[in-house]
Design a protein. Structure first.
Length: 152
């Protein structure tokens, strides 16, 4: 899978699972400047049409060992400096152990690897939580069967 394929998979997943809540999903959106003064282009930009909140998502897929590892610290710093809430969605088996640890420990990173059915699963849970927290869509991710009802 190439980077653009992963970006499009994340965008499609978000539309499928959160579009009915009023989330609009865009790809390749220009959004200010990076921490080194370059024009920022966000992979996925999610906008809530009801309350005008937004989330910028950088998408990183690493299918085999390579140089993407070197880009992760910069991507996380740049997300942190952005004026828009942000998240780095990642997947793939090619991450070095050190960078994988960095991603797993970062509050700005969320593992997400949707299946072909685009259904929510354990492999999408981290991004689901970021979306729910950003847009207040808890009812989309917390099962109704977990609602506590006081015994009568």
């Amino acid at each position: 899978m190439r980077g653009n394929d992963y970006r499009d998979l994340i965008a499609e997943y978000l539309v499928e699972n959160f579009g009915d809540a009023g989330l609009l999903v865009y790809t390749e959106v220009s959004l200010g400047k990076t921490i080194i003064g370059k024009d920022r282009r966000v992979d996925v930009f999610v906008h809530h049409s009801h309350d005008r909140t937004a989330l910028a998502i950088e998408c990183k897929f690493q299918g085999s060992q390579g140089t993407t590892d070197e880009k992760i610290p910069y991507a996380l710093q740049d997300l942190e400096a952005s004026r828009v809430p942000g998240c780095l969605a990642y997947a793939g088996s090619g991450w070095s152990r050190g960078i994988l640890h960095t991603l797993e420990a970062s509050p700005l990173a969320a593992y997400c690897m949707p299946t072909s059915t685009l259904a929510r699963s354990k492999a999408t849970r981290e991004l689901d939580h970021v979306v729910a927290a950003t847009f207040g869509l808890w009812e989309h991710i917390i099962p109704k069967r977990r609602l506590f009802l006081r015994p009568s």
